[in-house]
Every structure is written in structure tokens, then in C-alpha cells.
Design a binder for this molecule. Structure first.
Ligand code: SF4
Ligand code: SF4
Length: 100
């Protein structure tokens, strides 16, 4: 079972960049993604909102495979800032895992 990391929850709350709570889980983003990324944002961003840092870190490769092309974002009915969210997660992983 994945544990909630309060430090991760705080980092997400303090970030003005991360927004995913409006996601309706419609799947449009996955359908239009040229990389075929299914995880973003339906599951991955949900993990973030729940503070499940471990689950997010398990998916580091997926987070770095995103092209930041915003095809998903342009078609998102809930206006989730998907590319910005991915940037936020990369920055978090860079600091936390790669110590950059
Ligand atoms: S297109 Fe938008 S609302 Fe639909 S699953 Fe993706 S992020 Fe959520
Ligand atoms: S920004 Fe990333 S997740 Fe969105 S469509 Fe492009 S490659 Fe896929």
C-alpha cells in the first residue's frame, strides 16, 4: 500500500502551477497524446493530489517521456494545465531524486 507523504502534499499545495482537481477523467488527453501516454493525467495527477509520492516516483520514466506538446491540454474540457503539471513534477523529481 502506498503511503501519503505530507511533505509532498505541502509542496503541491504551495505550487501555483499544479492544477488537476477539475479533471473529469474523460480520457480525451490520453486519446490525443502522440506518445500514447495513458497515465497522464488521469491516474498520475490523482496520485499527486492524494500525496502518494511513491506512486508518482514509480512513474518517473513516463513523466520524462512527455513532449510538453500540449495536444492534451488544448483538448481538455476541464482546462487542466497538463504540461505545467508535468513541469512541476519534473522539477520536484529533479530535486528529490536527482538532487539537482
Ligand atoms: S482531458 Fe482533461 S478532464 Fe479529461 S481526463 Fe484529461 S485532464 Fe482530465
Ligand atoms: S503534453 Fe505530454 S501528455 Fe500531453 S499530449 Fe503532449 S506528450 Fe502527451
Amino acid at each position: 500500500m502506498a503511503l501519503v507523504n505530507p511533505g509532498f502534499v505541502d509542496a503541491v499545495k504551495q505550487s501555483e502551477a499544479f492544477n488537476a482537481s477539475a479533471c473529469m477523467n474523460c480520457g480525451v488527453c490520453s486519446a490525443v497524446c502522440p506518445m500514447g501516454i495513458e497515465l497522464l493525467p488521469r491516474k498520475l495527477f490523482r496520485y499527486v493530489l492524494l500525496g502518494l509520492e511513491e506512486k508518482v516516483l514509480e512513474n518517473t520514466e513516463t513523466i520524462y517521456s512527455c513532449l510538453l506538446c500540449k495536444m492534451c491540454e488544448a483538448n481538455c474540457p476541464a482546462r487542466v494545465h497538463i504540461a505545467e503539471n508535468v513541469r512541476f513534477l519534473r522539477s520536484y523529481i529533479n530535486k528529490k531524486v536527482f538532487k539537482l
